[in-house]
Design a protein around this ligand. Structure first.
Ligand code: AKG
Ligand code: FE2
Length: 343
């Protein structure tokens, strides 16, 4: 098994510039602590990214053990021959297997270096018979993981609505009702150890949806901090007992752009001449709004959450030159970050 929560495989830790992110305690948010909700709002309105401490006296702390069990399931799944995984490669952007290379990679002209197994919230809740065998065989673990992810992200939405004093339909939880159709999905990611420079990491982007709950036990994730005076990609240190959360475009747009969606990427943990120095695994729960919700996008155009999702998903697959032509990949954030540097 690859290292979890260990040192960087090729760079000494004291040479890594770390992102100085806030840590929010989930048990305080769950119990309605108003000061913690204010700290949450501050983190979402500045960095759009924070550590979520999941330890402590609340039922969702079970995710700390569950994500370790899920990492074992992932390892077994992704170790299978490519042809076997391709049997789960269905016509869907929220479910099934995605092979490497479908999206742009982090290095110019490269393609992405990760494969995924995805299962949508709706499929898990409905116990859909169409789910991949590995998901069905591990359904109690999957169902618990998804329902805890849903509870945590919904709690965060509610506390953000409280801190922003939102009312009625403007409250974020009212555009994310569990029973309504959405593209909310759990994505299991594997970046295989590889030395082919044509495939590298995960290109810079902001996330499509509202909140991403991410378990990243190994190095590779970087963000561009809006509160640094020079352009710099900072490393997100993997921390046991914690998930990281980032705000995505949809929540930024729903907030009238008061919240920041965070620009991030995954770089290969390369040694000399190597693209990906070790197998890397991460787990992302993408909470997205109800599909029919409308908001104003980065360019001021009115768009439904589903349309933003579908169009941005295609944008992830484009070559770098095409991605450069629009504000979509970075949800308009890159322009804001560049302006902050010249200000
Ligand atoms: O693998 C990771 O750590 C991050 C993945 C990510 O940013 C994404 O899938 O949107
Ligand atoms: Fe992302």
């Amino acid at each position: 098994m690859s290292a979890r929560y260990g040192s960087h495989p090729t760079i000494p830790i004291d040479e890594l510039e770390l992102a100085p992110l806030s840590t929010i305690a989930f048990h305080k948010l769950a119990s309605g602590d108003a000061a913690e909700a204010q700290r949450l709002l501050d983190a979402c309105a500045t960095e759009g990214f924070f550590y979520l401490d999941l330890q402590g006296p609340h039922p969702s702390s079970k995710m700390v053990a569950d994500h370790e069990a899920l990492l074992d399931v992932m390892k077994t799944y992704f170790d299978q021959p490519h042809e076997v995984k391709m049997e789960d490669n269905i016509e869907s952007v929220t479910d099934g297997f995605k092979p490497i290379g479908q999206f742009a990679g982090v290095n110019r002209n490269s393609r992405d270096c990760y494969e995924t197994l995805r299962v949508s919230y709706n499929h898990v809740v409905q116990k859909s018979p169409d789910m991949p065998t590995t998901i069905q065989k591990n359904l109690p673990l999957m169902a618990d993981f998804v329902s805890n992810s849903q509870f945590i992200t919904q709690t965060i939405l509610t506390r953000l609505s409280d801190a922003l004093k939102l009312r009625g339909a403007a409250r974020f939880e009212n555009s994310h009702r569990d029973e309504k159709p959405s593209t909310t999905t759990l994505v299991l990611l594997h970046y295989p150890k590889n030395s082919d420079a044509d495939y590298s990491g995960h290109n810079k982007h902001t996330d499509i949806g509202s909140l991403t709950l991410l378990f990243t036990p190994q190095w590779g994730l970087q963000l561009w901090s809006p509160i640094k005076s020079e352009k710099s990609w900072l490393w997100v240190e993997p921390r046991p007992g914690h998930a990281v959360i980032n705000v995505g475009d949809s929540l930024r747009f729903l907030s009238g752009k008061r919240l920041m969606s965070c620009l991030h990427r995954v770089v290969p943990t390369s040694g000399a001449g190597t693209c990906q120095a070790e197998d890397r695994y991460s787990i992302a729960y993408f909470l997205r709004p109800e599909s029919s919700v409308d908001f104003e996008d980065a360019d001021g155009k009115s768009v439904s959450a589903k349309k933003w999702h579908d169009e941005k998903y295609v944008m992830y697959t484009e070559k770098h030159e095409e991605q450069d032509k629009s504000s979509m990949l970075t949800g308009g954030m890159e322009q804001i970050l560049v302006n902050l540097l010249v200000a």
